[in-house]
Design a protein around this ligand. Sequence first.
Ligand SMILES: Nc1ncnc2c1ncn2[C@@H]1O[C@H](COP(=O)(O)OP(=O)(O)O)[C@@H](O)[C@H]1O
Ligand SMILES: [Mg+2]
Length: 272
Amino acid sequence: MKVGIVGKGGTGKTTLSGLICRAYAARGLRVLAVDTDSNPNLAMSLGLSEEIASATPVVPRALIVGGGSGQMSPKQVVADYGLPTPFGVTLLHAMRVDQAGAGCTCSSHSTVRSLLGAALEDEADITLVDMEAGLEHLSRSGGTLAYADVLLMVMEPTVKSILTAARTVPLAQELGIPRVYGVGNKARPGDADFYATVAAERGVPLAGVVPFHPSLGEADRRGEAVPEGAAPEVQAAVDGILELLDSPDEERDALLAERARIDKRIAELRGS
Ligand SMILES: Nc1ncnc2c1ncn2[C@@H]1O[C@H](COP(=O)(O)OP(=O)(O)O)[C@@H](O)[C@H]1O
Ligand SMILES: [Mg+2]
């Protein structure tokens, strides 16, 4: 399964990316985490020190991953650029600030797109992409996440944040991502109801609500991963999200929605 994590800056994409990857790895799955943020913080959330994180080679931009000639196989990409982390997750850095500063990051994004489009089954059970903030990665031309199976839109408990997610849903569907959900993060008492109500009003399916927990911010301040067991309520919410993603009903519904989308597109093309 290929999972994309999107949302505005500061909503908790990297924190949740780290926790979701760790939860899958703890279940014995092989997890590949891809950091596309030019300020790569996912390494810390996965338990690496800043020194190791910043010394890691970045996947070269404009690299095309696949099985064709002139392309690099997924196996080789993981072997050459994959970084083992303490929780058993393999990390790929797709972008770094020196690259982002050097101009357009499009070619780095096309590398990530080709990686997701390549056959990754031999390398990873779960590939998760922690996206930098912004919606342009969901644009029809060259959308980085075009090959994602699931999109999680991380939100904060504000109407604005839920509206951003609501605007993301049709873009993601247009791009062909079959399952698109909002995740309500940093929920304080009463926020779970707020998320449920506003998300329903705005047509955002909710994958779960993650409580606010001070130990997440504290770990960030120390520049470390959240210690195991430090935020059991958060862990329970993350486990709930994994359960939803793994549930056969959700998968069937996604397949039906995908079929309806393709039928509609065929009808449009016939009509034009
Ligand atoms: N559930 C939560 N409870 C408390 N703090 C959180 C929670 N989720 C994220 N944070 C904090 O919010 C800040 C932004 O999180 P981060 O994951 O870096 O966001 P993003 O990657 O979306 O920019 C960090 O200080 C992080 O510790
Ligand atoms: Mg981030």
